[in-house]
Design a protein around this ligand. Structure first.
Ligand code: ADP
Length: 914
């Protein structure tokens, strides 16, 4: 019904809130009712007390009436009035309460009647006051006054009578009787009963009878006096009659009327009190009933609340807690990658239902993931096995390729060696031409094989990087020298910009550095048809911590003006077997391995290689390599020339209208003081015959083309003055060289040259000779000149016949005699039979006994000082180490290079005296 947990909780909270409100409302209502009942009861109780005091007030009234009867004090009257007012107020108050309450309406009538009674009581009291005043007046003026006068008269009469007189007796009795009369009057006054009234009447009768007797007697004093006495008696009699009547009325009023009113009033008061009491009782009962009801209500609410709370708790437990516990357990299990055993579903539409379904989905996914995991584990295992197999296969392949390359290199060495030997023979030109072609093709094949061998070595992880001291200037000279020949063939200019302060010796792998430079240089020449190829060398100290060896970062930029490489092609240019486009190999040949090998080598040497190229404009390959410094001196000292000034005349730049040129910039690095001159300036010097040139001065001319007549004239004129003059040309200016020679200029230096070569050139100018070194690597007759012949008898240990021939011929060329041994065993026997060998060239891979084994045997059998130089087609570091270990003095890699052989000969043999 409630599709969300929020709604369910809202309902539960609403019910709880409702319960609370209900309970609070009921408690409030009960309290209100109780308060009302209590306040009613309180009012009623107060009224009750009022009613009760009414009784006391009425009794008080009566007491006041009685007191008043006795002393007739005004204060009593006042007190009566106060009590009256109080009673009236109370009655009015009670009546108001009764009229406004639920008390029986008869009570209101009763109160009215009480008010009436009170009014009549008041009136009666007023009458009593008047009656008592009247009674006193009658007593004093109507009775006692006459009694006094009578007594006075009687006394007067007696005073006039003789004691013995009979009348005297009567009159004295009469006087006595008046006293009795007076006494009875007072007695009646105080006790107004019949006895005292009878006493008065009896005394009065005796008085009257005596008077009557005296009237009839002559003894009477006088008629007048007797009439006066009779009058007094009469007044006393009528006065007393009035007095007794008033007194009777008074008593009736007080004892009957007033006390009746008071009693009636008291009766009504008691009734009212009883009624109030009963009302109070009713109230009390109602209050008790309410209290009971409130108790019952709160108990009922409590029970209902507890019941509802129980229901809510049950609902919460069933609807929320149990499912949440179930979900939590399920999620814990899922988090622990366990699978739920029971089906986990719900038809609920709320969040719990969603959660349960999500957990179910999670569970299903978990099951799937576990399955996938198991599958992927199985796959991984299979993959691992396959990878292992593939790696083994790749390794085997690399090893196979390495072995194959090696196997191919050995006969190739033979072919190249033999061809070189043949080329030295006097053969027809056509045959020599064929031989050149065979030599060229063989060299290409050899370089391809070398690439494949290197590639396989790197791939098989067998390529090791050397860390030995080398001269960077020599390395560059060798590489650039070799490349110059190719550049010359294509009429390309090749230049080398090397800073003179480059450290003299670095520590690193010269062979691999040269290989990288050769690869990049070869490519630059291969893919450039016109223009130039420049090697721009720079260096900087590398940032190392202070303890570490000082090291540098060498940067070589190989800049060509060739066909360039597009941006897309640049992305894959360093990949294995990749050429920029399909037509490359057709047009230029190559395997697509050079750059990939270079990249791998640079990486192995902890360096970096980068390319920047624009199609049809050229390419720049930038190689950065770190090297430790072996000798921190610069490759060349600053040129301290014996000349006066160094004047630079750049004819090429002048032609193009440039003041500054690469040549001049380069010279600025070599000389501290240079003067740039041009044709017109030199002409002016000559014409004015005050030549600026001294004999010590030097003029360095930069040109690539034949000089025109004017330039020739200038040169000859200046030569006559005896100043030093040198010409700097590009590599392809061979024709120019001849022309300049005929002009008499001997000091000619060709690009590319590095600072050491330039330094040598300048310092050697006083013994002028043409710098031909650039061409020393050009194919020439291989027979060594006289100064390169050595004394000695050599043992050549080599199993391959062709290599025997090539190496043997090389040794003969150096003027050496040699014997051949075909394996290690033969070599050991030969040496033991004839120990007169000055040097042994020992191939390391041979049948029967290899070169290492033979060396060990020889050293063990006492040939401690014998010079043994190992020969191997493997250029691996481990081979060098092995050679050292077994006791070889030196080690050469095949194909054997004439210069390297000579270095060995120089080291261990003496030259033949010329
Ligand atoms: P290869 O030269 O044997 O084909 P490389 O790995 O040395 O193989 O060169 C790969 C390709 O890169 C070349 O085939 C060529 O297309 C391109 N390339 C290399 N160097 C240059 C360059 N200096 N100028 C133009 N293209 C170049």
């Amino acid at each position: 019904m409630f599709s969300s947990l929020k709604a369910q909780l809202a309902v539960i909270f609403s019910v709880i809130l409702g319960l609370l409100f209900w309970q609070q409302y009921m408690a409030y209502k009960s309290q209100e009712l109780l308060t009302e009942e209590l306040s009613n009861s309180e009012v009623l109780a107060r009224k009750m007390i009022s009613v009760k005091t009414l009784e006391k007030d009425v009794i008080d009234l009566q007491r006041n009436v009685l007191i008043y009867k006795e002393n007739r004090s005004n204060s009593i009257i006042n007190r009566f009035i106060v009590i009256m007012t109080s009673i009236n107020q109370k009655l009015a108050d009670i009546k108001l309460y009764v009229d406004n309450s639920s008390i029986n309406k008869n009570q209101s009538n009763a109160i009215e009647s009480m008010q009436m009674h009170l009014t009549s009581y008041q009136e009666n009291f007023d009458t009593v006051v008047n009656v008592l005043t009247l009674r006193d007046k009658i007593l004093n003026d109507g009775i006692l006054k006459h009694v006094m006068e009578l007594q006075d008269d009687l006394s007067k009469i007696l005073n006039t009578q003789e004691n013995e007189n009979a009348n005297y007796q009567h009159y004295s009795k009469l006087l006595l009787l008046t006293h009795q009369l007076q006494l009875s009057i007072y007695e009646y006054k105080f006790i107004s009963n019949i006895e005292n009234k009878a006493k008065f009447n009896s005394a009065l009768k005796q008085v009257e009878s005596i008077l009557a007797r005296l009237d009839s007697s002559e003894l009477a004093h006088s008629q007048l006096e007797h009439a006066q006495l009779a009058q007094h008696v009469k007044s006393i009699s009528s006065g007393f009659f009035k007095y007794s009547q008033v007194t009777q009325n008074y008593f009736y009023l007080v004892n009957v009327v007033m006390s009746g009113s008071a009693n009636e009033f008291l009766y009504l008061t008691q009734k009212l009190s009883a009624e109030a009491q009963s009302h109070l009782n009713q109230n009390k009962t109602a209050l008790n009933t309410h209290i009971k009801q409130a108790k019952l209500q709160s108990s009922a609410i409590f029970i209902v609340s507890v019941f509802l709370a129980l229901i809510i708790i049950l609902v919460v437990i069933k609807q929320l807690i149990v499912p949440i516990q179930k979900i939590t357990k399920a999620i814990d299990m899922l988090a622990a990658d366990e699978t739920l055993e029971e089906e986990f579903t719900s038809t609920r539409n709320d969040e719990i239902g969603h959660l349960i379904r999500s957990a179910n989905i999670f569970n299903n996914k978990n099951i799937k993931t576990t399955q996938l995991l198991i599958e992927s584990q199985q796959l991984n295992e299979r993959l691992g096995i396959e990878t292992q197999r593939a790696e083994q296969a790749a390794k085997a392949k690399s090893m196979f390729i390495a072995n194959m390359s090696h196997e191919i290199r050995t006969p190739m060495n033979g072919i190249i060696g033999l061809v070189n030997l043949l080329k030295q023979k006097a053969l027809p030109t056509e045959t020599l031409d064929y031989l050149d072609k065979i030599s060229y093709s063989s060299n290409i094949l050899m370089s391809v094989i070398n690439d494949i061998l290197d590639f396989s070595k790197i791939d098989a992880g067998k390529m090791e990087i050397e860390n030995i001291p080398f001269s960077p200037a020599n390395a560059f000279e060798n590489v650039i020298g070799g490349l110059s020949i190719k550049a010359l063939e294509k009429q390309l200019n090749i230049r080398c910009y090397m800073p003179p302060n480059l450290p003299k010796k670095l520590i690193g792998d010269e062979v691999r550095l040269s290989q990288i430079l050769l690869n990049l240089g070869n490519n630059a020449i291969k893919f450039t048809n016109t223009g130039s190829v420049s090697f721009i060398i720079n260096w900087q100290y590398a940032q190392t911590n202070e303890q570490a060896e000082p090291s540098i970062l060498l940067t070589i930029e190989i800049v060509d003006t060739g066909i360039g490489i597009s941006e897309e092609q640049q992305e894959h240019i360093f990949d294995d077997f990749t050429q920029a486009d399909g037509s490359t190999s057709r047009n230029y040949g190559g395997t697509g391995l050079g750059l990939s090998i270079s990249k791998k080598l640079v990486t192995l040497m902890d360096g970096d290689i980068d390319i920047n190229s624009t199609p049809a404009q050229g390419s720049t390959f930038k190689v950065c390599l770190p090297f430790d410094i072996a000798t921190n001196e610069p490759i060349t000292e600053p040129l301290s020339v014996n000349f006066g000034s160094v004047c630079l005349w750049d004819i090429e730049a002048e032609k193009n209208g440039n003041k500054s040129s690469n040549n001049i910039n380069l010279m600025a690095q070599y000389f501290t003081d240079i003067h740039v001159v041009d044709e017109s300036l030199i002409e002016r010097f000559i014409e004015q015959q005050e030549s600026k040139f001294n004999k010590n001065d030097m003029l360095l001319i930069f040109t690539n083309n034949s000089l025109n007549e004017q330039q020739k004239y200038i040169v000859s004129t200046l030569l006559e003055t005896g100043i030093s003059m040198a010409i700097c040309t590009d590599i392809n200016a061979q024709q120019l060289t001849t022309n300049l020679n005929t002009l008499g200029i001997k000091n000619i230096i060709h690009h590319p040259f590095h600072p050491v070569q330039f330094h040598k050139f300048i310092t050697g100018m006083h013994a002028p000779r043409v710098m031909e070194k650039r061409f020393k690597d050009m194919p020439t007759n291989d027979i060594s000149p006289e100064e390169n012949r050595y004394k000695g008898h050599i043992l050549l240990v080599e199993d391959n016949k062709i290599n025997q021939l090539v190496a043997g011929s090389m040794l003969s060329n150096f003027g050496l005699s040699y014997d051949v041994a075909e394996d290690g065993e033969q070599a050991v026997t030969k040496l033991q039979n004839n120990p007169e060998y000055d040097l042994v060239f020992m191939d390391v891979q041979m049948p029967v006994l290899d070169g290492y084994g033979a060396t060990i045997k020889l050293r063990e059998s006492g040939f401690k000082d014998l010079i043994i130089c190992g020969l191997s087609a493997n250029a691996m570091r481990s081979d060098f180490e092995r050679a050292k270990e077994v006791g070889m003095n030196d080690y050469l890699t095949k194909p054997i290079d004439k210069d390297e052989v000579e270095l060995i000969l120089q080291k261990y043999l003496t030259r033949q005296s010329i």
